[in-house]
Design a protein around this ligand. Structure first.
Ligand code: SF4
Length: 465
């Protein structure tokens, strides 16, 4: 028997005329979904499809969905129904519904409700779509399976073609799912239990991304600090950072999202000692009141969080810290909200991602608690934190004025280059030179709560040909 290489398998597809076929991906939600969509795009390009940003031109349309809030779910359903006329006009069009709307527990109900959808894929899994598209195209079922496996295992083409050489900062999932089950959260129901990816796969993917022009990698997990806890004898996140740090050509490493109960000293020390790991931590508090935290089943107290922030600041000097907060959780009183307001004022964190509690079907909070904080009160609390945070961040950022910082530039937006400091502050700069993917020292000339402006410290030396 003659062994076929990946190249041979790809050639089979190219020869079958699939090269002219196009795919379109619509992505909603978190960075995990963005990374998943890149992998789906890559898998489709292995099959000979090319990307189009116009759904009406596509032969395959992927909708990668989010359900973390009702509004996100409504948006996904709306988008899906807007595709129906395209399917009616072209019955060969393949529609793939993917992500948290599908979840990991089977799609029977959705199949009944949405008969015009051809393929349902769980989060982070391009497999069902690849299998669907390869059915009947290769010689036998065995060949189809082998092809599918090659496509899934092959790490030599991660980014879709239109992002290669363009994307400076990419996300790499390292642990899928979550086994924590906070009472408000739907993620564990939709993404399944925690599963860490093998180190070799992660490093292979990082190397491949770097070879395609990526300079910064963000390692992703719902609780990224729990990386490796499900793999006996495997490294933890600190160990993984040390391994990824050795990838040549990689300039910056970030990771998110941390959990206050699992962000340990070993990890802090790794961040402090590894120069490529950026001093920016995303660690949600969610609420500042111990009873609300208990009702959320977060597993820590306000004081635990305070001590964690103190420790991070001691071990990683000049570290920026981002948090998430939900206001209006069931039963949250005015006094309990005041605790959240107070701790945010006290800790003076760099970023606060704020959300109003939204009941999600199937969660413990929805089954057992009354969503009793009126919407207008949720909004009032949200605005109070928003105003507070705007003032705090404005003051923190003002300290950058006149400072020289290194910025990794990613893209040009409305004529200005956009980049980030090591602490993840957004910086804009006007320059004629091509700064994409470059780390350059700049002087900060203006600061605001949400961004900064800068000028080059010195003129860039033109490249001599
Ligand atoms: S840690 Fe809690 S909030 Fe985060 S994904 Fe898991 S269950 Fe959801």
């Amino acid at each position: 028997m003659i062994a076929l290489t990946n190249h041979d398998y790809r050639q089979t597809w190219y020869n079958s005329g699939l090269m002219e076929k196009k795919y379109h991906i619509w992505t909603e939600g978190c960075q995990m979904n963005v990374a998943d969509s890149q992998r789906v795009g890559s898998s489709l390009e292995h099959l000979g499809y090319t990307f189009t940003d116009k759904a009406e031109e596509a032969d395959v349309i992927v909708l990668n969905t989010c359900v973390v809030r009702q509004s996100a779910e409504d948006k996904a359903i709306g988008r899906l129904h807007s595709l129906r006329p395209l399917k009616d006009q072209n019955p060969d069009l393949v529609i793939n519904l993917m992500g948290c709307l599908v979840g990991v527990r089977g799609a029977e109900k959705l199949r009944e409700k949405l008969p015009f959808v051809d393929v349902f894929s769980p989060p982070s899994d391009p497999g069902p779509l690849v299998s669907f598209l390869t059915q009947g195209e290769v010689r036998s079922l065995e060949d189809a399976e082998t092809t599918r496996r090659f496509l899934m295992m092959d790490e030599d083409l991660i980014l879709p073609a239109h992002e290669r050489g363009q994307l400076v900062s990419a996300h790499v999932p390292v642990v899928y799912g979550c086994s924590h089950a906070c009472t408000f959260c739907i993620i564990p129901f939709r993404r399944g239990v925690e599963r860490s990816r093998p180190v070799g796969d992660i490093v292979g993917e990082v190397r491949s991304l770097v070879a395609q022009g990526v300079k910064e990698i963000t390692l992703l997990g719902q609780i990224v600090d729990r990386y490796g806890t499900d793999v006996p004898d495997g490294p933890n996140l600190a160990g993984l950072l040390r391994v990824v740090h050795q990838v040549e050509g990689l300039e910056r490493i970030r990771f998110l999202t941390s959990h206050p109960s699992y962000f340990d000293e070993d990890l802090m020390e790794a961040v402090a000692e590894l120069p490529k790991v950026m001093p920016h931590i995303e660690v949600p508090i969610q609420a500042g009141d111990d009873t609300v935290l208990e009702n959320m089943k977060r597993g820590y107290t306000q004081d635990d969080y305070r001590r964690l922030v103190e420790k991070i600041r001691k071990v990683i000097p000049d570290c920026s810290i981002a948090t998430d907060i939900i206001v209006g959780f069931p039963g949250e009183t005015e006094e309990q909200f005041a605790q959240t307001h107070n701790i945010l004022a006290e800790l003076r964190l760099d970023v606060a991602h704020l959300a109003r509690y939204s009941s999600r079907e199937g969660t413990v909070a929805t089954r057992r608690m009354l969503d009793d904080v009126p919407e207008e009160e949720k909004m009032r609390r949200f605005r109070a934190l928003e105003d507070l945070q705007e003032q705090i961040v404005g003051e923190i950022n003002a300290r950058y004025l006149g400072q020289t910082v290194e910025v990794l530039f990613e893209e040009k937006v409305k004529g200005r280059w956009k980049g980030r400091t090591p602490t993840n502050k957004l910086v804009f700069l006007e320059a004629g030179d091509d700064l994409r993917g470059k780390i350059i020292p700049v002087t900060i000339t203006w600061t605001g709560p949400w961004s900064m402006q800068a000028r080059l410290v010195q003129q860039l030396t033109p490249i001599r040909l």
